[in-house]
Design a protein around this ligand. Structure first.
Ligand code: NAD
Length: 483
């Protein structure tokens, strides 16, 4: 019997094969084994999914927000019952450690539905009184929402879009990454099991060119929420603009981790290592440039290298594993090419630089890069300013806060960053001068789902999260009634 899972599209409440007969193969990053096949969907499949979503829109939009919040709670409960399955599939499909898939991917996917259900229950539209009139703001659905997501946090990011889109009365066509399709299919199963009305949620598998692009240009899709790379985001923006679709772009990052001279290195170190390498450095928020005050540069490097060398790299299914495999052979090669470039640009590889030593034979076909630390690069070099999106960090000394801010801003990206200091006031002041959407002081990826999430410069357009998601996934209509 074959162990390869064949996934179908979920359109209008039915599991359907794609309109073409060729398949995209999905590989396990840990050992390179072929684990699943997904339909290589085309514009015909997108047309069918959009039509189903359009037809379902009227009834779904007619429900009250509290009723739709009730549906999100049902999805959250059903997803929670399958949380271990989500974690196992996510670990298999992405190569990430099972402990991370449990604590972050599975847990957060459920939390996203719960959080937006709660937001829906608390939702109140605004009233603005004038001396002679009353303004009442009404939030209407936008229509059919096209949701496109990447491979690094597959269900976590998909649920972050599906939940607010449904809550605000939109119907959905989701196109997950072709490299990590499994948990999107699981979500469709959950949605089918809870009995969400037919056509409200549709899932189309496939690649960007054949399935993603027709979704972004479809005349009946009114909103696109895209998370992925900056180059793809540019294509998506072009494609969506001619139809004036509502557009949110969550794109790449090259985030700075700033270590001030007053930092308590020992206490902060495990958090700084986590910010550098979580999910093999494949989190858009990871701090891939560490800027260190020159007075503590050498002592920081010594402590950092010791902590990095203690990380457990290996079998993603092992509970002790801290770092797994990279998503694909192509992505591994891209990361390795940046390490080669770093040497050409004058950098020194302090640790890592290739596959981990002693990886068991069973994983030799996988896509591995051990945590890599690079010193000696100019802060404006390509390796220090371009997104590598792997387990690679570059180290840079600075002499004062002004120089740290200048280096932090020396990239076209502006997504996130963190500042580590005993002086919280100075850290907060610095944070305001860094061109990025999110800055943490003495923490990293400490997420409150109510706050705005998004980037500036080439890291994106718009904000999601909390009321920003509710605003994006709806049309605010003002009704002014003269007394
Ligand atoms: P990607 O841009 O290659 O693909 C993302 C999604 O877009 C996939 O589903 C893909 O099939 C689809 N796609 C590709 N071409 C398309 C097109 N022309 N039209 C429509 N859809 C298309 O990104 P990736 O490699 O999957 O993900 C990694 C990137 O995502 C990194 O740059 C990372 O920083 C970024 N990311 C950003 C955030 C954020 O919140 N800012 C979060 C996670 C990942």
């Amino acid at each position: 019997m074959s162990d390869i899972t064949e996934l179908s599209n979920f359109i209008n409440g039915e599991w359907r094969p794609a309109n073409c007969d060729h398949w995209i193969e999905d590989y396990s990053p840990a050992n390179g084994a072929h684990i699943a096949s997904i339909p290589c969907s085309s514009s015909e499949d997108i047309d069918a999914a959009v039509e189903a979503a359009l037809n379902a829109g009227e009834d779904w939009g007619y429900l009250s927000i509290a009723e739709r919040a009730g549906w999100l709670e049902k999805i959250a409960d059903a997803l929670e019952n399958r949380a271990e399955e989500v974690a196992q599939l996510e670990s298999l499909d992405t190569g990430k450690p099972i402990s991370l898939a449990r604590s972050v991917d599975a847990a957060r996917s459920v939390a996203n539905f719960r959080f937006f259900a709660e937001q829906g229950r608390e939702f109140e539209s605004e009233i603005f009184e004038m001396s002679d009139a009353t303004n009442r703001v009404v939030y209407k659905p936008v229509g059919v929402a096209g949701l496109i997501t990447p491979w690094n946090l597959p269900l976590y990011l998909l649920s972050w879009k599906v939940a607010p889109a449904l809550l605000m009365g939109n119907t959905v066509v989701a196109k997950p990454s072709e490299m990590t399709p499994m948990t999107a299919s699981l979500l469709a199963e959950v949605i089918e099991d809870v009995g969400l009305p037919t056509g409200v949620f549709n899932l189309v598998h496939g690649n960007g060119r054949d399935a993603g692009a027709p979704l972004t240009s479809h005349p009946d899709v009114n909103l696109i929420s895209f998370t992925g790379g900056t180059a793809t985001g540019r294509e998506v923006a072009k494609s969506a603009s001619s139809g004036f679709k509502k557009l949110s772009l969550e794109l790449g990052g090259k985030n700075a981790t700033i270590i001030r001279e007053d930092v308590d290195i020992e206490n902060m170190m495990s958090s700084i290592v986590r910010a550098s390498f979580l999910n093999q450095g494949q989190v858009c928020l990871c701090g891939s440039r560490i800027l260190i005050h020159e007075s503590i540069y050498d002592s920081f490097i010594e402590a950092f290298l010791e902590a990095v060398s203690n990380m457990v790299v290996g079998d993603p299914a092992d509970e002790e594993t801290e770092l797994g495999a990279l998503i694909s052979a192509e992505h591994r090669d891209k990361v390795l090419s940046y390490i080669d470039l770093a040497e050409e640009e004058g950098g020194s590889i302090l640790c890592g630089g290739g596959a981990p030593v002693g990886i068991p034979q069973a994983f030799e076909g996988g896509y591995w890069v051990s945590p890599t630390v690079i010193d000696g690069l100019a802060p404006d070099s390509r390796c220090s300013t371009e997104e590598i999106f792997g387990p690679v960090v570059t180290l840079h000394p600075f002499s004062d806060d002004e120089e740290a801010i200048e280096i932090a801003n020396m990239t076209d990206y502006g997504l996130a960053g963190s500042i580590w200091t005993a002086d919280v006031e100075a850290g907060s002041e610095m944070a305001e001068q860094i061109d990025s959407g999110m800055i943490w002081v003495n923490c990293w990826l400490h997420r409150d789902l109510r706050v705005p999430f998004g980037g500036v410069k080439n890291s994106g357009v718009g904000r999601e999260g909390g009321r920003w998601s509710l605003g994006f996934f709806s049309e605010a209509i003002n009704i002014c009634v003269k007394h």
